[in-house]
Design a protein around this ligand. Structure first.
Ligand code: PEP
Ligand code: MN
Length: 358
């Protein structure tokens, strides 16, 4: 008998669930109508005064077994879902998403492409220190058939007393060497104001990890006609990283390269923790090329080769690493830059590894 009663009660619940469902959908249709009216009248979708009135009316009539706060919570969720129903499609699908653009975006840097399936290498010193230093690295890169050179002229250092970079003079050195040797230049810019100057010298503007959420900088680089290499923030989630790229593309610039460079975790064996799975996630969720910086993610010279192999194997569009003619005297990142013989060995190993992958 008791089980029969239970079954009856459960049947009643099922019936009520279906009634609630029907009412929710009826409500949803009206909400969509309201959305259209609001759009016609140019009224904001979210109306907190109206929401307060609706909530007050519900609470006034509430005398059931639920706590008032519980009822409030349930209705707030319904309101939230309703607001989402009113949202335009382009707001739901980010411009950087695969949903918005199914095909891969290919970034063209003076004819060298990133994101078309050929895996590239971006090498160069951590910071520009002198003409001779940059030239030595550029010549070694040329020997290896590489053309994408990095080098920091504006260095965002953790300590204000550390070497801050040569600034515009550094950009001039990079350009001079690039023109002599036939290289394209990737260099970090740290303020919106410097973007205007930088476009005359660099081929790709880098936005560094510490500036991933510098929204004014993101908007400024979104307005220029130069590719942007955007690095993942020190402790940024993938969602935050994607939204940072959205800031750039929303201003019109779709030439964006995403760079996984390790994130901060409790692990101390490496400088950062390389989030290798971010690569396929980002490639799946966005149409942008994704590269891996093995230098800053590991902070260890002995890990550059194995992590670079992992990056290539997982489908990264390029690998970035730092090279210095004499790392022991480098003004930044001395412990992790490769010298030229180490760089040659690194490149030879990776070229052989790429052959095996193909
Ligand atoms: C860099 O690439 O020079 C750099 C400073 O890296 P990150 O912004 O990833 O720390
Ligand atoms: Mn560095």
């Amino acid at each position: 008998m008791a089980t029969n009663e239970l079954t009856q009660l459960r049947n009643k619940i099922d019936e009520i669930n279906l009634q609630i469902l029907k009412l929710l959908n009826e409500r949803g249709e009206i909400v969509q109508e309201i959305g259209k009216q609001k759009k016609k009248q140019g009224v904001n979708r979210f109306d907190p005064v109206r929401e307060r009135q609706a909530l007050d009316l519900i609470i006034e009539h509430h005398d059931g077994p639920f706590e008032t706060s519980t009822i409030q919570h349930i209705f707030k969720e319904i309101f939230k879902a309703s607001l989402e129903l009113q949202e335009d499609d382009h707001r739901k699908a980010l411009l950087v998403s695969r949903k918005a653009r199914p095909e891969n975006t290919i970034v063209d840097i003076n004819g060298e492409t990133i994101g078309d399936g050929t895996q590239r290498f971006i090498m160069g010193p951590c910071a520009v220190e002198s003409y001779e230093q940059v030239k030595a690295v550029a010549l070694a890169m040329k020997e290896q058939g590489l053309t994408l050179m990095r080098g920091g002229a504006f260095k965002p250092r953790t300590s204000p007393y550390d070497f801050q970079g040569l600034g515009v003079e550094g950009l001039q050195i990079l350009r001079e060497v690039a023109n002599e040797v036939g290289m394209s230049i990737i260099s970090e810019i740290v303020t919106p104001h410097d973007v205007e100057i930088a476009v005359d010298y660099v081929d790709v503007i880098q936005v560094g990890a510490r500036n991933m959420q510098n929204f004014e900088l993101l908007k400024t680089v979104g307005k220029v006609k130069k590719p942007v290499l955007l690095k993942r923030g020190l402790a940024a989630t993938i969602e935050e990283f994607i939204n940072a790229a959205e800031y750039i593309i929303s201003q019109g610039n779709d030439q964006i390269i995403l760079c996984e460079r390790g994130i901060r975790t409790y692990e101390k064996a490496t400088r950062n923790t390389l989030d290798i799975s971010a690569v396929p996630i980002l490639k799946k969720e966005t149409h942008l090329p994704v590269i891996v910086d093995v230098t800053h993610s590991t902070g260890r010279r002995d890990l550059l080769l194995p992590t670079a192999k992992a990056a290539l194997a997982i489908g990264a569009d390029a690998v970035m690493a730092e090279v210095h003619p004499d790392p022991a005297v480098a003004l930044s990142d001395a412990a992790q830059q490769m010298n030229i013989p180490q760089f040659n060995e690194f490149m030879n190993e990776l070229k052989a590894f790429k052959e095996k992958l193909a």
